[in-house]
Ligand binder design. Sequence first.
Ligand code: KIV
Ligand code: ZN
Length: 390
Amino acid sequence: MNAPSEPHVRIFDTTLRDGEQSPGCSMMPQQKLVMARALAELGVDVIETGFPASSQADREATALIARELRETTLCVLSRCLPADIEASMRAIEHAAKPRLHVFISTSPLHREHKLRMDKAAVLDATARMVALARSGCDDVEFSTEDGTRTEEDFLAEVIGVAIASGATTINVPDTLGYTTPGEMRALFERLIANVPGARDVVFSAHCHDDLGMAVANSLAAIEGGARQVECTINGIGERAGNCALEELVMALKVRNAWFGADTRIDTRRLVPASRLLSRLTGMAVQRNKAIVGRNAFAHESGIHQHGMLRHRGTYEIMHPEDVGWAASQIVLGRHSGRAALADRLRTLGHVLDEARLDAVFAAFKALAEKKREVFDADIEALALDADRQR
Ligand code: KIV
Ligand code: ZN
C-alpha cells in the first residue's frame, strides 16, 4: 500500500483540530461546519474535526459535520486513554466514513516529563488503546507524538506494535519542527523498509514549522514513501504552525515530474478556502505568503513587469487562475517601468503618442516617489493632465 510509486498522496486536513489549537484561531461549531464544507469541496481526503474529550464545542462540531458531510473521511483525536477513545467513538458515531486517531508521546523527554511512563508502559498503552479503537472502527490512525526526537529502534518498536494491534495509518509527527528534510526522508525510508507490516498500512507525515521547514519536511517524507500528509489551510497551528496545505499541494502539482505523486485537491479552490479561514478566525495571511498571499502573483519592479508583459512564464511558475486568483497583478509603484505604465494606460483607454507617454511617465515617477502604490485613479489624473498641457 505504501509503495512510493503510488501516485496519490492523501491530504489529511487538520485545520479544525491542530490548526484551531493555535492562539487566536478557535472557531464555534457552526464556523467549523462552514470551514468543513469548504474543505470537502476542496477535495481533501480526511478532515480532522477536533478532539472530542477536550471540549463540548469539538463534540458539537463533529456531530454537525458528520451529519452533513457523507463523502469525506472524518477523523477525531484521542490520547491513549479509554475515556478519550470512548468520547471520540460517541462523537463520530453518525459519520458515514469515521476514523479514530489515537496518539501517544514516544520521545525520551516526553516519556519522562510529560507522561511519566517508561518504554514498556508506552508499548503496553499503544497495544491496548489501538486495539480498543479498532474494536469500534475499521479505520484507525496511530501517531507517535514527538516521533522524530525518539530513539529510532524504540520508534520502530512502537509502530510495529500499533500495526499488529490494528492501526491502518501510521503517522510520524515532527511535533517540534526540529527535523531536516534529509533526515525525514531517510527516517521514512528505513521505517517503511524495516517495521513488520509497514507495507500494509499508509505512512503519514505531520510536520510543524518551528524552523520554517514543515513543507520541505513533508515533501521529503513523501520521497521517503509517505502517502498521507497532515496539513492546515494557511499553515495555521501550534506555535509557528503546521505544513501549509496550499504550498504542499502546489509543490506536488508544479513539480510533479520530480515527486511522481499528486493529490486530489481542486486547486482553484485554494484561495477561496484561505480567505474563508481568515474571515472565520480573524487571522490575516501575510502578503508574501506563497500561493495565497496578496503578493504571490503581484509584480512591481520594472524588469519583472517588462518580462511579464512579454511572457508570463518569465516570472511565474504557475497560473494564478489555477489556485483561485482572478489574474496576475502588475502593481505600479516606485520600481515600475515605462512598459508597465504604457500597458496600464492602454487598459484604461488612453492611447498616447511617445511624447505624451514620456510626460506621463515623468509625472508618474515623481508621484511614485511620494506614495507606496500608484492606483488607476492616479494614472487617469496624470493622463488627463498631460492631455490638458498639449
Ligand atoms: O504535533 C503532533 O504531534 C500532533 C499529534 C497529536 C498528531 O499534533
Ligand atoms: Zn501537531
